[in-house]
Design a protein around this ligand. Structure first.
Ligand code: FRU
Length: 481
């Protein structure tokens, strides 16, 4: 059952979709095969779950403008992670405990019911914040009934306490929450429950200024903790890290620690922080375990407070999108991300150039171009100092083999100047690229590194050029999507 207020808010949001749908769909930068908001602003993916044979992705949604505010939960479903259907709005910020936003959270199956946990965000007239961890339940996976608050803010933390991720282990439920301690450190905080309604605070399992880590940001958002290939992985989004060489170049970061969670002592023994993605727009990822035992990650193709109001799509009354679903593996202690194999269903016409050569020149191949394409470069052999790929005159990937550095350059959508993101890469063996009308996702060496970014080429520019100082040979395959 929904309250009158929740019904009203949903009606207003549907009216907004209706009102702006022509404007939104006329945007040449509207993506062809990524999840986007129907109107307004989309941020974090929420509630990822493979439930009763259907994949569910919820998302943070502001229907009334292209800025942040009192978030709704939008909802998409898919049979296969490729074909998505928009579902009715799942949650609207209607109650005293979530009136300034149904903030991020997660989904679980409880005995055949689809249960959501999310953060109720409340701000008073003076801007003072309150935070409540809330629950909502559905029998059919489409219509949700709010059950109210299950966790109040425990002592020791500020009201920056949010984004519950819940999972089951040995017959008990666990929840991890992103937090700021009273002393100003980012933390990941663990809770335990036997009935999903009563939660015991077990304490911070990881965070800045702890046994395992020095100062590490003033707030950790969107934690996720899961076992993978024999270890435990903790994903978090720390806010407040300073740029450090090629690292931490975005306003806020998104990364992970590999280690082991000692459930008894509520302690996560872990190694160093690794960024998940090297690109310009990637944040707040969440994972789910699917029917085939795969750990699948979807992230937000955006970063808070990073010039988002300047993205060209704002003129068409929408902003941001989600990344493609990626399968995670742990190889030599590092996460590898590869696009899920179901995405092959998107492939249309193919062109292939085995043993393609670039020798001290900038060149192209017939058909190796486009605005919504998949590109594979395999068996890359570079005898020379540098190779590059130009994407539609708006982004460029450069590999400097002398330095072992891979660089993604793009034309800034704020001032047209060139900006870069980089990572170390001793050898470049393969590249797997997904271009959509205004996004690029790069998977390097079978997912050892990824770069995710929005970019805004002239819509009619479909060009792609390949260059090398020296001799470059590779197998090229390209599909229209
Ligand atoms: C991360 C985040 C979360 C919060 C949500 C609000 O992008 O700030 O911490 O729950 O977005 O939309």
């Amino acid at each position: 059952m929904k309250s009158e207020r929740e019904r009203q808010l949903m009606e207003q949001a549907y009216a907004e979709i209706e009102k702006y749908q022509d404007l939104v769909h006329r945007d040449p930068y509207r993506l062809r095969y990524h999840l986007m908001p129907p109107v307004g602003l989309m941020n974090d993916p929420n509630g990822l779950i493979d439930w009763n044979g259907t994949y569910h992705v919820f998302y943070q949604w502001m229907p009334f403008r292209t800025g942040h505010g009192a978030k709704f939960w939008g909802h998409y479903t898919s049979p296969d992670l490729v074909h998505w259907q928009a579902e009715p709005i799942a949650l609207a910020p209607s109650e005293w405990y979530d009136q300034n936003g149904c903030y991020s959270g997660s989904a679980i199956d409880d005995d055949g019911k689809l249960v959501l946990f999310y953060t109720g965000n409340v701000k008073d007239d003076q801007g003072n914040r309150q935070t409540y961890q809330c629950m909502a339940v559905s029998e059919d996976g489409i219509h949700f009934t709010k059950k109210g608050v299950v966790i109040n803010l425990p002592d020791g933390y500020t009201a920056h306490f949010r984004d519950p991720k819940v999972w089951r282990k040995d017959g008990l439920w666990y929840m991890i929450i992103g937090a700021q301690s009273k002393s100003g450190d980012g933390k990941a905080v663990l809770f335990r429950s036997s009935d999903l309604c009563h939660w015991e605070h077990l304490g911070p399992i990881a965070g800045g200024n702890s046994k395992w880590l020095g100062p590490f940001g003033y707030m950790w958002e969107c934690p996720d903790l899961f076992p993978l290939d024999g270890q435990d992985v903790l994903i978090v989004c720390p806010q407040g890290l300073q740029p450090d060489g090629m690292r931490y170049q975005n306003v806020y970061q998104s990364g992970y620690f590999v280690g082991r969670l000692d459930y008894g002592r509520a302690e996560f023994v872990h190694g160093p922080f690794e960024e998940l993605d090297r690109g310009f727009e990637f944040y707040a990822p969440q994972t789910m375990l699917d029917r085939n035992g795969r750990r699948i990650l979807i992230g937000w193709m955006g970063v808070p407070d990073q010039n988002e109001d300047r993205q060209p799509t704002v003129g068409h009354r929408w902003v941001h999108a989600l990344t493609l679903p990626r399968e995670l593996r742990l190889v030599d202690g590092k996460l590898r991300q590869t696009p899920v194999k179901e995405l092959k269903q998107l492939r249309k016409q193919q062109v292939a150039y085995p043993n393609a050569v670039v020798a001290n020149e900038l060149r192209s191949w017939p058909g190796v171009e486009g605005d919504a394409i998949e590109l594979r470069l395999d068996r890359i052999q570079l005898l020379g100092s540098m190779m590059e790929i130009h994407f539609r005159h708006a982004a460029r990937l450069i590999y400097n083999s002398d330095e072992g550095v891979l660089t993604l350059e793009r034309k800034s959508f704020v001032n047209g100047l060139t900006e870069t993101r980089q990572c170390r890469l001793p050898r470049l063996r393969s590249l797997h690229v997904f271009l959509d009308t205004s996004s690029i996702e790069l998977f390097v060496n079978d997912g050892e590194e990824t770069f995710t970014a929005r970019f805004f080429p002239y819509p009619d520019d479909r060009t792609m050029f390949f260059g090398a100082h020296g001799h470059l040979q590779m197998d090229i395959e390209k599909w229209e999507l």
